[in-house]
Write a protein that binds this ligand. Structure first.
Ligand code: FES
Length: 202
């Protein structure tokens, strides 16, 4: 996405709510007084949660002032980690893993579905403003590839029809049941156990 698009529609001001001010104290207390900059990721995360899951420049500047850090250092952190969204995301934020194991198992088909139903480009809101999507690197569920994360939940063992049903539900403002599309529990083998058969609870 172009820099112009990322930084348009920025709010002028940001400040922590009273509830989050209390949480910042807890976070800063975890570090020695002269090392309060160590709380930067936690504070950016609080700011993002307070602002509908994205971080405007005003919030990055606010956190820099709050922690007495140079703005550029906080900006570097916010732009380095993909967990921070620098432009508005939908109520339902779809993150599709496109690292090798998921790609081999069909991640491209999943991104095509996102393009078709949500928006042609990543990090853009759907027409009804409920959804947005992006590609991400490995989310640590490779055994159940291909997969995507929606808000805080994982959807695994996806195929075209299952993914279409999930995305269409989101666009109707309904949150589908997370987990494996094949009803696997965690990383259980698809055809049942084949090893450690004699060990209880293995
Ligand atoms: S490669 Fe997709 S979850 Fe690891």
């Amino acid at each position: 996405m172009s820099i112009k698009k990322i930084y348009k529609n920025q709010p002028e001001l940001f400040q922590f709510s009273n509830e989050n001010l209390k949480k910042t104290e807890e976070e800063i207390k975890k570090y020695p007084k002269e090392r309060k900059a160590s709380a930067v990721i936690a504070l950016l995360y609080l700011a993002q949660n307070q602002n509908n899951n994205w971080l405007p420049l005003a919030a990055i500047k606010y956190v820099a002032t709050f922690l007495e850090m140079p703005y550029i250092k906080v900006y570097e952190v916010a732009t380095f980690y993909s967990m921070f969204n620098l432009s508005p995301v939908g109520k339902y934020f779809v993150q599709v893993c496109t690292t090798t194991p998921c790609m081999i198992r069909g991640a491209k088909k999943i991104t095509d579905i996102c393009k078709k139903y949500i928006s042609q480009n990543q990090k853009e809101l759907s027409e009804n403003k409920l959804c947005s999507w992006t590609e991400v690197e490995c989310l640590g569920a490779c055994v159940n590839a291909p997969m995507m994360q929606i808000n805080q939940d994982y959807f695994e063992d996806l195929n075209i029809s299952k993914t279409e049903i999930i995305i269409q539900s989101l666009l109707k403002d309904e949150f589908p049941k997370p987990g494996s599309a094949k009803n696997r529990k965690s990383n259980a083998p698809e055809k049942g156990k084949t090893t450690l058969m004699d060990i209880k609870n293995a």
